[in-house]
Design a protein around this ligand. Sequence first.
Ligand SMILES: [Fe+2]
Ligand SMILES: [Fe+2]
Length: 322
Amino acid sequence: MTANLTRKVYDERLRTLSEGSVNVNFNAFTDIKWDDPEFAVDTGDPRWVLTSADALGSHPWYREQPLETQIRIGIWRWAVIAKTGMQFENLLMRGALDYLVHVDNQDPEFRYLTHEITEETHHTQMFQELVNRTGVDTPGSRRWFRNVSRVLPLAGSLWPEVFFTGILAGEEPIDHLQKAALRSGEPVHPLPQRIMQIHIAEEARHISFAHEFLRLRVPGYGKVRRGVLSVFFPVIMRTLCDVIMIPDRRSAAEVGIPAWVIKDVFWKSEAGEKTLHELFSDVRMLAEEIGLMNKASRRVWKALRISGRPARFRGEPTPLAG
Ligand SMILES: [Fe+2]
Ligand SMILES: [Fe+2]
């Protein structure tokens, strides 16, 4: 059904998403009680201990650490994810703005995407504010990614299908991680909890849009263009997933996490491997639907260790890391 998404249906969905942005939206400073004592970052607060939904949080090495160390690493982990998320969303905004320069008059993509950019502006503000409040001086993503991200937004207008694949590759792992943390039922500090609630609510629209964008275009591509994308698709997914999920070893060492633990968590251990498989179940479903799964591309998914069962529906809950 969705493989034959028409432009008319697509435009209607974009209008619905745009109305959603007007009706439900959040402000980084009025919707989060930054100065409420309950929201303060206190290094004695056990609610900073990572939940078992986080691949690092569920690792036996982490579980065996004294409470004080678990809290310290927990605060650091939130800060690194928030900073990396901020850099990723900054890249998204720049690419989307580049794409919008070339959008025709009357095209509902203009309105929808500017709503998305507005929302991402607030997300980057709340992520950076969280980093600032933790006092963790993290550079965020790895240096190579920060350097490459200078030119990546050009793909927004040059290869929009590749760009929006990249957007999805960043949004899906963060969304999975956040939903799993909230669903874990384990205590989470109210500050990241509030940020995650806001982010999940707005990100649902962004993920829907990226799916619809690819659904509209990809099935109509010629054999060559679709074939090339089918192979790049899992490569982009896995590369950006690693950028977002894996802290670099040097900064991990600074908070006392041994290199072997990072290696084990991402993604050598059984729990790590399971997480990696499950992160992309929604995306596998999309790839099947829009004709990006073929003999060659399946081999790439498998080699990158992100193959597996596609989700039956979007957002199907999957237990993460044990
Ligand atoms: Fe966001
Ligand atoms: Fe987003």
